[in-house]
Every structure is written in C-alpha cells, then in structure tokens.
Design a protein around this ligand. Structure first.
Ligand code: ATP
Ligand code: MG
Length: 431
C-alpha cells in the first residue's frame, strides 16, 4: 500500500518492533492526531545503542487512543498511558502531559494533558531523554539533546535544583546514566544534586536499588559508585549504605563478571565495602532484595568467610576442607565463588591463586554427591537399620556420612553407609 507516512529505518531496534510501532504512529496520524517516538528509544538509536522498547507520545487523549486500536490495556489511563498491543508487540502510548505538585519529592499530585509535544518534553528529566522523532524521521529536540549526547554530557531539562526537588530519584538516574554511558554531568546539574541531595531520603529503596542494579551491571560500576559517594547521596538513602571506603580492586573485578551474573557483582560490592555475611543479611532485606537473591549473595559471602578462616597445607586435607565448604554452602555458591576469585585474580585482589582455583574447580567437578538427596540412604532407613529413635543426632550422623561419601572415603551404597553409621554410633556410645 502506498503510504503518505513512510517510516524511517531504525538501525538499532528489532525490525518487527520498529515496524509495528510505526503502525501505531501511522494509525494515530490518520485519525488526525500527532504522534512521535519519544524518550529512551530515540536517545539509544541516536547513540547507536540497542533499543529495547519503543515509547510513543501523542496529542490524542487516552480514551481516544483506546478507541482507535482494537487491543489496548489501560495501564495508567489516569496519567495518560495506554498499552497498545500490535501483532505480538506492545507499546506504551502516552498523551502529551505536564505534571505538578510533587509534594513527596516523587509523585506528581496533578497531571494535565497539553497540546504541544514540546510541553511534554519539558517535563522529562534530561535533555537526551527529552527528544522525539516523527514517522518521517523529523526531530523534536528543543533542549539540545543531540548536542549534549555529542558532547557526552548529562544535563537536566530546565533548572536542575527544581527538577531534583520535584523528583529526587532523578539524582540517582543522573549518576546511573553518567556511569552506564561514560558521560560527564553538566556543572549546574551536579550542583543541583549537591544542593538537593537530602531529599533522597524520600525515595523508596526499591527504586534506588533498580538504578543501582543498572550501575552495577553496566560497563563502569566504579565510576558510578564514586559519583554516588562523591555527591554525598550515599548517606541520604532510606536504608544505609555502610561505606567506609571502597576496595577499588574488588569493584574493578566487576568488569570481569558477565552483567547477567548480578549476584556475583553485588557480592563484590559488599566485599568492597567490607560487609560481613551477617551484616549483609539485614542490609539486603532493607534494600528490598528478593529472598532468592538475598540468600544467594549471603551464601556466597559466608562461603568466602569460611574459606578465609584458613587453608590446610597438604592436598588431602585441603580437598576434604573444600568438600565440606561445598556441602555446607552449596555447589552453586562454590561455583560462583570460584568465578569471583578468578575475576579478583585479574585485578590482583584474590584470596586464592589461579592454580589453587583450578584445583578447587577440579574437585568441585568431580564431586558427584553434593547434598543429602544424593546419598543412597534416607534418615528413615538409617533409623530402621540402627533400630533407634530419631533425634538431633540423626542429622549430625547424616552430615558425617555425606562428607565421607562425598570425599570418597566410603562407598555410596546402603550397605557401606549402614556399616559406617553403626561404626560411628558405637564409637560415640562408647565415649
Ligand atoms: P532505560 O529504559 O534505558 O533505563 P529510559 O530513559 O528509557 O532509560 P525509562 O524509565 O524507561 O528510562 O523512562 C522513559 C522516559 O520517561 C525517559 O526517557 C524520560 O523521558 C522519562 N522519564 C523517566 N523517568 C523520569 C523521571 N523520573 N523524571 C522525568 N522524566 C522521566
Ligand atoms: Mg526505557
């Protein structure tokens, strides 16, 4: 179909996503409304970064958007946001709007729809995020976003102090963008942070953590953390950031860990701040981590602490000691710890040398029996064989059998395990 609204080619977006989002824009245009791509996707395309999602801003009121498309979800209709579903893709379509009355330094109390896309862009946080593009590739860039991207600067739209006072999370976003993109922060914007930093205490830890996660999994976490400390923001969070100086080698080791391995990256951060496994437990709770991630990080720190408590000299005892660590903290934590130590070796801050790591890795690989469920006997079967009643001694006995079987000191079959169990029981009762 010949179309008066030929679309631009997106170089950094999935072609299907780009085409479907262009359909959304075309449909709005045909109904006589204005519509543009806006925000992160426009910025990322200009920067040559991968575009992950595509947001659209329009002059159409939310009810109108809903009536124009067959499949919509009224995601945040009060604030003007409608999710449009288009052949398996989904897009947030938001009516041009301005916000006012940020009484809690976070949530605007009033939202008003406006007629001019430039007004909508003005409410956005940074110049690079306040750009829109039309279907034909035309630019709406009233605050010099492209020039700032070219100069590699993060700059607030309008007066930085006011913008941070409205929404304190923007200060953390500012540092996150500077860190992830390797940009500097404009002088006035930086001064704005220094002047408004106390308002950070209003922000939910959940939101700060999610920005932090992006700093940590980005290409230069050290840079972001330094800015976070230098700005003084780190002392203003709701939950503490117990910083007593950074072990920069530990932070640099983050770059050697794949971004998806965020558990290891978080562990490195806690290690760099000298935080114990026990302290991490409470800290990660207050930072609103999921139970699963918190437990994984704490296990990793605990294994690290156990390892540091001292290594056996001769190979046989060292192997046994390592196997005990693996059984106690879990093979997953052990694997992650070896990965972490390998990274630390490259920055010169490791607790285990590469040859030691290689040996421990080998022992871990060979380990066939890793937990009680791998043992060829159950607690009940043991009780029966020994003709005894259960009690705390049973868990202890199972633990001993597990260690010996894992280390290969006894065979992992019922007969051998029962034999060993009897030997241990007689020995203990003889005492
Ligand atoms: P990314 O998705 O890469 O983390 P983004 O810029 O797309 O970055 P989003 O949170 O997806 O960030 O927000 C989309 C757009 O909404 C931003 O580009 C910006 O224009 C605007 N925006 C987001 N958060 C704020 C905020 N706290 N204050 C003002 N504008 C914001
Ligand atoms: Mg985004």
């Amino acid at each position: 179909m010949a179309d008066m609204f030929n679309s631009i080619r997106w170089r950094n977006a999935d072609p299907d996503m780009a085409e479907r989002s262009a359909d959304v824009i075309r449909t709005l245009l045909r109904h006589g409304h204005e519509a543009y791509w806006v925000g992160g996707c426009v910025r990322d395309e200009y920067m040559g970064r991968r575009v992950s999602d595509m947001d659209i801003t329009t002059s159409a009121l939310p009810e109108v958007t809903c009536s124009v498309f067959p499949k919509v979800i009224p995601t945040g209709i009060k604030h003007g946001t409608v999710t449009v579903l288009m052949e398996g893709q989904s897009f947030e379509v938001t009516t041009y709007r301005v916000e006012s009355g940020y009484e809690d330094h976070r949530h605007p109390t009033e939202v008003a729809f406006v007629r001019d896309v430039k007004e909508d862009l003005r409410r956005r946080d940074f110049t690079m995020n306040a750009m829109a593009r039309g279907i034909d590739g035309s630019w709406v860039d009233p605050f010099g976003g492209r020039a700032d991207v070219d100069r590699q600067v993060i700059r607030c739209v309008g007066d930085a102090r006011l913008r941070f006072r409205e929404d304190a999370l923007r200060m953390v976003r500012c540092i996150r963008f500077a860190s992830v993109f390797g940009f500097s922060i404009a002088v006035h914007t930086w001064r704005g942070i220094l002047s408004e930093r106390d308002t950070l205490s209003w922000i939910a830890m959940e939101r700060i953590r999610s920005e932090f996660e992006k700093i940590l999994t980005g290409p230069a976490p050290l840079r972001g953390l330094e800015m976070f400390v230098r700005s003084g923001l780190y002392t203003r969070m709701k939950a503490p950031f117990p910083y007593t100086g950074l072990d920069t080698q530990a932070i640099e080791a983050m770059n050697r860990i794949e971004p998806e391995q965020s558990t290891i990256r978080w562990t490195l951060l806690l290690l760099a701040c000298g935080i114990s496994a026990q302290a991490a437990e409470g800290l990660l709770r207050s930072w609103t981590f999921s139970n699963k991630q918190r437990e994984a990080i704490v296990k990793l720190l605990a294994l690290h602490e156990s390892y540091l408590q001292g290594q056996e000299e001769d190979t046989k005892s060292a192997r046994l000691q390592w196997i005990k660590l693996v059984l106690f903290h879990g093979a997953e934590a052990a694997q992650s710890w070896l990965h972490l130590q390998t990274a630390l070796n490259q920055t010169g801050a490791a607790s285990a040398s590469l040859s030691v790591i290689e040996q421990l890795e080998g022992w871990l690989r060979e380990l066939r029996i890793r937990s009680l469920k791998d043992l060829a006997i159950t607690g009940n079967e043991l009780l029966e064989a020994l003709d005894k009643r259960g009690g705390p001694w049973l868990g202890e006995l199972l633990g001993q059998l597990l260690e010996k079987a894992a280390a290969g000191l006894i065979n992992n079959d019922k007969e051998s395990l029962i034999e060993e169990a009897k030997r241990v029981v007689i020995h203990n009762e003889g005492l």
